[in-house]
Design a protein around this ligand. Structure first.
Ligand code: BES
Ligand code: ZN
Length: 461
């Protein structure tokens, strides 16, 4: 292990150069124009996996973006992990708000800035460098590793689900390991044991058959933007609760034990509000902020458009208006059920003056990993060694839809060993990965591989 840690220390500069190369590929999964970049990124991953000593590196084409797989199974009798991550990234708009170009990795005040540094290329790369260090120093890994890197996580993992179903034997393992979450705070490592699920919806409101002069026609027809705003406003009550009938039916209530554990975390509402620049926090009444973020379902408007939005003034009564709405889900809500309840409710709210079309875009369920599982305990030990500090336990408000499918299809629990930070600007301008977390992450990953066999053995006894 000493050799491995020394190798990591000695190669820090090279790691940055290589990651900069990976970051430079604009693998935005939602943008059809980036399809060639997505392909190039998958090829980069495959080549790099081979270079660091992984075997059978290959690209599986799908009806969407390709899946990259590689394995090293040279440790018979030792545990096998399925290391999952994603090479796709979110769009970079609004580009003007980036301090430096989004695909040019740039270091400022101890952080590496660029799209994908934290979510998730940088975090995948952490593992590749950890694997490489073992391979270079001893020609072997302490465990068996199967690497699965997809290109559609940011758009709902549509084609990964059928791939997992049809490759159960290939993906057979003892647990799933994912680094695609954040630590609790700077200098406060944590293990994440819960993610929220998601139902993503779109609403389109159609009024007159063409855009109208807002003077000549205003007052005669229901403006689609107004109708849409009325529908959206109806979705919450004055206590911040979602009004969709049945929405809360399957919500698992927090145990007293977990509530108490949340309360013990080093958290300040005032500090959080200040950091975000909001005048006051807002959310469902009767719950703390961490409860609302991690263990309560929400409904958010992600985007809304219609009519004239350019600079200046144009008097127009638009023909249509639209919105994209996401609902974050908690155990035991079902994404399809919630989507159906939403569609039913929106239909009921639709005024008879306009046509309202709503559709379910994609979804996935919430996931919880038992804290006492050997994988989580190995992660705790690894973080302690990698960062020199005992980690906290936390949940997350974000989603990784495939996690639940790994459990359902492969029977595997997932260990969420994240090295991002809560203020890393994921999905926003100036995304960054903290460099201490980057190097600490590589060390921690190495410790995790090294510690896992002992924890698995203990778990079996
Ligand atoms: N890395 C995130 C998941 C995440 C977000 C973990 C926040 C912890 C905190 C992941 O890449 C992501 O953004 N997922 C999407 C999934 C969706 C598009 C289905 C999300 O949560 O919005
Ligand atoms: Zn991610």
């Amino acid at each position: 292990m000493q050799d491995v840690l020394q190798f990591i220390e000695a190669n820090k500069a090279r790691y940055l150069d290589e990651l900069t190369e990976l970051i430079a590929i604009p693998s935005v999964s939602t943008n059809p124009e980036n399809v060639p970049d997505i392909r190039r990124c998958a090829e980069w991953m495959k080549a790099h996996l081979t270079r660091i000593g992984m075997e059978k590196a290959q690209i599986f084409p799908t009806a969407g973006h390709p899946i990259v797989y590689a394995e090293w199974l040279g440790a018979p009798g030792k545990p096998t992990i399925l290391l999952y991550g994603h090479y796709d990234v979110q769009p970079v708009d609004p580009v003007a708000l980036w301090t430096t170009p989004p695909f040019k990795a740039t270091i400022r005040n101890g952080n590496l800035y660029a799209r994908g540094t934290a979510d998730d290329k940088g975090q995948v790369f952490i593992h590749l460098k950890s694997i490489e260090a073992f391979m270079k120093k001893s020609g072997a890994l302490p465990i068996n590793i199967k690497v699965l890197i997809e290109g559609e996580e940011e758009i709902g993992s549509e084609h990964l689900d059928p791939f997992v179903r049809s490759h159960k034997e290939l993906l057979k393992a003892d647990l799933v390991l994912i680094s695609d979450t954040s630590m609790f705070a700077r200098g406060v490592p944590s293990v994440c044991y819960g993610l929220r699920g998601l139902s993503y919806m779109e609403i389109e409101v159609i009024g007159p058959n063409k855009d109208l002069h807002s003077g000549s026609y205003g007052g005669s027809v229901h403006n689609p933007i107004q109708a849409l705003a009325e529908i959206i406003a109806e979705l919450h009550d004055k206590n911040g609760r979602i009004t969709i009938p049945g929405f809360y039916d399957d919500v698992r209530t927090l145990t007293k034990k977990e509530k108490d554990a949340f309360k013990k975390l080093p958290w300040s509402d005032a500090k959080y509000a200040k950091e975000l620049g909001v005048l006051a926090l807002y959310g469902e009444k009767g719950y703390t902020t961490l409860e609302r973020l991690w263990a309560r379902p929400t409904l958010e408007c992600n985007g809304i458009w219609g009519g004239f939005t350019e600079e200046g003034a144009k008097t127009v009564l638009p023909s249509t208006a639209s919105a994209k709405i996401s609902m974050r889900l908690v155990p035991d809500q079902k994404a399809d059920t919630i989507a159906a309840l939403f569609l039913k409710h929106v239909k009921k709210l639709a005024p008879r003056t306009v046509t309202v079309k709503a559709r379910y875009v994609h979804g996935g369920e919430a996931a919880i990993t038992p804290i006492e599982s050997p994988g989580v305990q190995a992660a705790v030990k690894a973080l302690e060694k990698g960062f020199g500090k005992k980690p906290l336990y936390q949940r997350e408000g974000g989603s990784i839809p495939i996690v639940v499918q790994f459990k359902k299809i492969l029977g595997l629990d997932t260990v969420l060993l994240g090295f991002g930070l809560p203020d890393e600007n994921a999905h926003a301008p100036d995304e960054f990965l903290n460099l201490d977390n980057f190097y600490g992450g590589i060390r921690t990953a190495a410790h995790f591989y090294n510690e896992l066999p002992a924890f698995m053995k203990r778990g079996k006894r």
